[in-house]
Design a protein around this ligand. Structure first.
Ligand SMILES: Cc1cc2nc3c(=O)[nH]c(=O)nc-3n(C[C@H](O)[C@H](O)[C@H](O)COP(=O)(O)OP(=O)(O)OC[C@H]3O[C@@H](n4cnc5c(N)ncnc54)[C@H](O)[C@@H]3O)c2cc1C
Length: 243
């Protein structure tokens, strides 16, 4: 599987600019801007994040593509055509899943999987050699066949995707791909991603006074005063965000 960033537009500053337009002011300095992003994430005010956009090329098995392409609000998708392009590369998973059950498979199970996919690919190639059009022959290809997608998504849509697909409920391969997307955009919008991770991805149990203080220092880059911290703490208390 491959994840390649092709293009991007916008930064944390774009989120702040969009959020503040209602007040006719774009920035109030790095500390206030970071705390604004943190507030937006905490409270689910996600529309300003739609002003940051990323494009990726993804090479993933068809079963992962189907799951990813269910995310469509704020995301544009294009896919390689099996009518014009010969397909045939395929993905081989580890059959084992870390799902809490100690399952053991027969030693031949992995081989059965691979043989079955290879035999389908051979049938596909045979059909093409016999002159069957690609759009017809592709019908015998398995879900493990790789497809190529171009995905252009705004950050608001990506946050929704991260929330759903970075949990243990999501399929492992889809989670791996989405994790690579997450890692790739992290440094482009570091404050947004730090706040999102702390408030939306991390287990609620890690949210204590000391992790909150660490998070506050991370997003404000050590530029905040004691007064800023106390104001932040008061706000978090009023919102009940640590409960
Ligand atoms: C673990 C997991 C298992 C899943 N299993 C299945 C399954 O078995 N079968 C299946 O079909 N799907 C399944 N899905 C897909 C899931 O139902 C969603 O379609 C998919 O995750 C995309 O999420 P979304 O609707 O939030 O994204 P988007 O379609 O991008 O929508 C983004 C947001 O826009 C809003 N929105 C979108 N469409 C509408 C609408 N029509 N009306 C009002 N508001 C809208 C919602 O707030 C939504 O969260 C699964 C998803 C996950 C994460």
């Amino acid at each position: 599987m491959k994840v390649e960033m092709l293009d991007n537009m916008g930064t944390d500053a774009s989120v702040v600019r969009a959020a503040r337009v209602s007040y006719g002011k774009e920035t109030k300095g790095p500390v206030a801007d970071a705390l604004l992003i943190d507030f937006l994430i905490r409270n689910g005010h996600t529309s300003p994040f739609a002003h940051v956009v990323f494009s990726f090329r993804l090479q993933v098995p068809i079963f992962v593509a189907r799951q990813l392409m269910r995310h469509h609000v704020g995301i544009a998708w294009n896919e390689i055509s099996g009518r014009y392009t010969k397909l045939g590369d395929y993905y081989v998973p580890h059959l084992y899943r870390f799902d809490g059950n100690d399952k053991s498979y027969s030693p031949t199970a992995q081989k059965v999987y691979e043989n079955s996919v290879e035999s389908a690919i051979r049938a596909y190639e045979h059909l093409l050699e016999s002159g069957v059009p690609r759009e017809v022959a592709r019908g015998v290809l398995p879900l493990a066949t790789y497809t190529t997608l171009i995905m252009t998504a705004n950050l608001r849509a990506l946050l929704n995707m991260f929330e759903q697909r970075l949990t243990l409920h999501a399929q492992e391969e889809t989670r791996d791909v989405v994790h690579e997307i997450f890692d790739a955009i992290h440094d482009k919008v570091p404050i947004s991603m730090k706040s999102f991770t702390y408030w939306k991805l991390d287990d609620k149990r890690v949210r204590t006074l000391s992790t909150l203080e660490q998070h506050f220092h991370d997003i404000t880059g050590g530029k905040a005063t004691e007064e800023d911290w106390q104001r932040y703490l008061k706000r978090i208390g009023e919102e009940g965000a640590l409960q």
